[in-house]
Design a protein around this ligand. Sequence first.
Ligand SMILES: [Zn+2]
Length: 361
Amino acid sequence: MRFPNRPFLNLTILFYICLISIHLPLKAASSLAAWSLGNNGVLKLRTSPGTDLKAFYQSAEAGKGDRIWIDFPGELVRTRSLKGSGPIKEIRLGKPQTGLTRFVIEFQPFVSINPSKLQLVGISPDLWELKFVGLPIKGLKSISEGNISKTRTNRSNQRVSHSSSTIINLSDLPDFERGRYRVVIDPGHGGPDVGAVGIRGIRESEIVLDISLQVAQILEKKGVIVHLTRKSERDVDLPPRVVMANRLRANAFVSIHANASRSRSRDVNGIETFFYSGSKGFRLASLIQKEILQVSPGSPDRGVRRGRYFVIRRTNMPAVLVETGFVTGRLDSSRLSTASHRRMLAIAISKGILNYLKEVS
Ligand SMILES: [Zn+2]
């Protein structure tokens, strides 16, 4: 059986890039059933039918070579490392968090992978293929675990995810001369004020703190001076958040939140970004909104809107309040509760802010 529209994942740069959403069945067995890496540099993965995968690329750093990794729902029974050959230093199968299997290929330091050439292609509902184009295959020996060629007979009710793919390449984002810009990142709520509480008890304050800390880290790497209104689970009133931004004469203020629907309907999902006034505030909001939508396929665009929230009304600089999704929504909450989606959101928000700073500079 051929699949006319092959789903694929582009592997991307930076720290992480993700391409499609993932829904984690807790405690389920790993959906990675078998894998093989041929001496021609082609990786094949057999999964449970219809599995949502995420693929990542990270360039060499701190004594490690280039790496690619692929996350699968479900847990491995046994984590392990296998020595590679030729261009491959090591292959690892790990459990980075509950309910997740991670397959990692680490290349030798002399190998340079071009992530823009990588696509993980769905060949059938349970088979994926990734060709390492341009890989120096000298000395590469075939290696595999499980039966990659095992085919399933009944595919009638199997489905391949056609989620849209997204590429964010942090190395393409603007860098700034250190200290030229100052940005205040405001993780909403905190401490006893947990904000919205969603499906399976997920809490807005924790989600937005995780995203905010990562945004701060990314912006700092790009030369921006970042001040966080809180760095831990503590309660901070709204006026001090504003006072901090005004005192610092920040170039931008970004408050990060997650939404809840009043009716608690699980069908309400979506992304929205508020500004209070000014074309710069509107522009900042628009650039962030656009990037968040890119990493949130299927989540409705609720738009860039004027809002009268205290923190964006009383700050003197372009200021926005971002709603990264509904903790009460079926689609958004399952994503917001995964670390990999929060990472994507952090990259997306950072990209919006950096693009804004580039525009105004
Ligand atoms: Zn909030």
